[in-house]
Design a protein around this ligand. Sequence first.
Ligand SMILES: Cc1cc2nc3c(=O)[nH]c(=O)nc-3n(C[C@H](O)[C@H](O)[C@H](O)COP(=O)(O)OP(=O)(O)OC[C@H]3O[C@@H](n4cnc5c(N)ncnc54)[C@H](O)[C@@H]3O)c2cc1C
Length: 230
Amino acid sequence: MVRALERRGARIHLEGQLVSAEGGHLVLSTGEEFDAHTIVWTAGNGANPVVANHTDLPVTARGSVMVRADLRVGTPEAVVPDAWAAGDDAAVPDLASPIDGSITVPNAQHAVRQAKRLAKNIVATLRGEQPKDYVHHSLGVVATLGLGRGIFQWRGIVITGFVAWVMHRGYHVLAIPTWERKVRVLLVWASAALFGRDIVSLLSVQHPRRAFVGGGVPERDARELAGRAA
Ligand SMILES: Cc1cc2nc3c(=O)[nH]c(=O)nc-3n(C[C@H](O)[C@H](O)[C@H](O)COP(=O)(O)OP(=O)(O)OC[C@H]3O[C@@H](n4cnc5c(N)ncnc54)[C@H](O)[C@@H]3O)c2cc1C
């Protein structure tokens, strides 16, 4: 992935943390400093402090709610009655992991499935039945590296390029709830493939007149005017 990004002109700084980003000037823990226009934060999320600071629920050292494998809140010693948790903010034991004491990673793959298990478990307890443990074997990870390029990994299998990009798109369409939403999203993608991206994008926030100017005058003049409008 690093090589793919470098081929496209990116500079990757590994083994370092962001120390400061004031006024568009970035300082890394390695001592490197440089300016940047755009900062995209992808370092992950912490636990919501509300739970640790404003409840008496048991939390882990990182502040996530401690839950048992059946998603009831509680420590191995005691269950908190009528309290359930799932998703990013819950430290759910990962029974599918070969490593003892693992917890499920905070992603939608788990959150969606945990929510379903949690709902079924609440119904089960209301009916006087036993709740079941949450177990999910990872379906792998998939990501895009820009339009038409992606990467998929499941255990030792790695797929890169266009096929992985299609898999990424396909999985996300499948994951979108309701057929109505799936069709809407697919139609937007299809129209973007034919006519380009919708002009309502972040770029148009920064350069709101560019599309308007571009649509009204011959191409050569449009480029000139767009430069001035920006
Ligand atoms: C940019 C980005 C990209 C991602 N891409 C992927 C991906 O490709 N694949 C994948 O599997 N996962 C992905 N994830 C992770 C995925 O989004 C999360 O794991 C998933 O949304 C967790 O679901 P959740 O219901 O636990 O939490 P959330 O979806 O975060 O929902 C929590 C909700 O609680 C609300 N809330 C917070 N505090 C309070 C409060 N005090 N009172 C009331 N409500 C409150 C929030 O507003 C929010 O609506 C991505 C995450 C990010 C940020």
